[in-house]
Write a protein that binds this ligand. Structure first.
Ligand SMILES: Cc1cc2nc3c(=O)[nH]c(=O)nc-3n(C[C@H](O)[C@H](O)[C@H](O)COP(=O)(O)OP(=O)(O)OC[C@H]3O[C@@H](n4cnc5c(N)ncnc54)[C@H](O)[C@@H]3O)c2cc1C
Length: 430
């Protein structure tokens, strides 16, 4: 094995999932190689973090750096495009303990920080190097990984364990034919960075704003230096109506929304317009004899509640624990991998319930005039803050919210106008 480098764990991809895992594994004293096909800092979408995310960032010792690079995010605001009315969910009201704020970051900086942290802790890293092939068993209990470098060269590794953190490329799931697109969430996105977008009022400075429009929604995410990330996420019907280029489609959607248009008068686009389609998927099985898929390489649901980086870094933490356990005892590692997958899926299923209904009138109405009976609103905010474990603080309020939704949905089918009006009426003062 002269030109084959051995290591304990090889991590494919240096985004939030891969760098978190590599940093933690290196801290455990394991020999880790992380291979990234691009070079940091590189653009990435996914700029709005959640309070729960800060707990992982704290554990990595990076809170001060994130606070310095980010825009303080106190909560999430929703705007009804039909009426212009808005409602703000402050994380301060979230049920249970935990952080009551988050940050919005340029992912180029955030991801570079995590990658550097993994390196600082002793992970061996390669950039501009793409993993191109993997054999699970090289005959000596180690996998064989081939990677191609920018100058056309090849590198060969023999790791005992592989973590696939290749993001939407889903390197292993594609190889194994395990990627399943999500038929319940058939949406796509188009987005860009702007300067000069009118912020919401001072009271809601730093909030992510979600404008609920026909067949979809917009995000506006304030980033440092007066930059605003603006994106449209639409249903198939919205994207089927597209004629011409993605830029023209994006411009047309921006102009068609009265509440967005009002904020874009002086806006100047400072980046390319990027489109991402068919983005909701999961893999049928994330693990096998000596590998685990984490982050977007395992599943991605939807950007609406900004949960992607949280799931990626949670997967990074779980992946590091699984890999370390596996190296000691493969059977125990496999059991831990299965448990981690179930836990991640439970969290994803909880937030999916809301995601699948975000374009649905009854849920939208309940969002726009939130009732706090049985602490439903505050339980909902706990979910929006990333508390997806369904602990006992949030379980009952969320159950009450869902039960109310189903009752209202049934009534709405019988008497749409009256129920619509009742739902829109302001909640009684607490
Ligand atoms: C439109 C949209 C908006 C979003 N908005 C938000 C948001 O506001 N908040 C939020 O939390 N999440 C958001 N997300 C989700 C978020 O972007 C992802 O969930 C997150 O980046 C996943 O992290 P990751 O580390 O798993 O993957 P990535 O961040 O994609 O990192 C994977 C890395 O692997 C590298 N790679 C891929 N293949 C190979 C290979 N073969 N060899 C070597 N390297 C490879 C890539 O270059 C990349 O750097 C959004 C997603 C979309 C589509």
């Amino acid at each position: 094995m002269s030109d084959v480098e051995t290591c304990d764990v090889l991590v494919i991809g240096g985004g939030p999932a891969g760098s978190t895992a590599a940093a933690l594994l290196a801290s455990k004293g394991l020999d880790v190689v992380m291979v990234e096909k691009e070079a940091h800092p590189r653009f990435h979408i996914g700029e709005s973090l959640l309070p729960k995310n800060l707990e992982i960032i704290d554990r990595l010792g990076l809170s001060e750096q994130v606070a310095a690079m980010g825009v303080f995010k106190p909560g999430a605001e929703f705007v009804d495009d039909d009426t212009g009315e808005s409602v703000a969910f402050s994380f301060a009201l979230s049920l249970g303990g935990g952080k009551k704020h988050a940050y919005q970051v340029r992912r180029s900086e955030f991801d570079a920080m995590l990658f550097t942290e993994a390196e600082r802790r002793g992970a061996r890293t390669l950039q501009r190097t793409r993993v191109t092939a993997l054999e699970f068993d090289g005959g000596d209990g180690r996998a064989r990984v081939t990677a191609s470098t920018e100058d056309g060269g090849e590198k060969h590794f023999a790791p005992r364990f592989v973590l696939d953190a290749s993001g939407r490329d889903t390197f292993l799931a594609a190889k194994l034919g395990r990627k399943e697109s999500n038929k319940l969430n058939n949406t796509a996105a188009v987005y860009a960075h702007f300067r000069g977008v009118t912020p919401r009022d001072d009271e809601h400075e730093g909030y992510i704003t979600v404008h609920l429009v026909d067949n979809g929604w917009f995000w506006t995410i304030p980033l440092p230096d007066g930059v605003m990330s603006v994106g449209f996420v639409g249903t198939q019907a919205a994207f089927k109506a597209r004629h011409g280029t993605m830029e023209a489609f994006f411009d047309a959607r921006l102009a068609a929304s009265p509440t967005i248009r009002a904020r874009m008068h002086r806006a100047e686009r400072i980046s390319d317009v990027v489109g991402t389609g068919n983005y909701s998927y999961r893999v049928s099985d994330s693990t096998g004899p000596n590998y685990l898929m984490i982050g977007d390489a395992f599943a991605f649901i939807d950007p609406v509640f900004s949960s992607g980086v949280l799931f990626a870094m949670t997967g990074g933490e779980m992946g590091a624990n699984v890999a370390a356990r596996w190296l000691e005892n493969p059977a125990a590692g496999l059991a831990m991998a299965r448990k981690s997958e179930r836990s991640l899926l439970r969290g994803m299923n909880r937030i999916s319930w809301l995601i699948y209904r975000i374009n649905e009138p009854v849920l939208r109405a309940m969002f726009m005039a939130p009732r706090n009976t049985f602490r439903m609103r505050d339980g909902l905010i706990a979910m929006l803050a990333g508390n997806l474990e369904g602990d006992r603080n949030t379980r009952l309020p969320v159950l009450a919210f869902k039960a109310t939704y189903y009752v209202m949905l049934a009534l709405h089918r019988l008497a749409p106008k009256a129920v619509g009006q009742a739902l829109r009426s302001p909640a009684p003062a607490e």
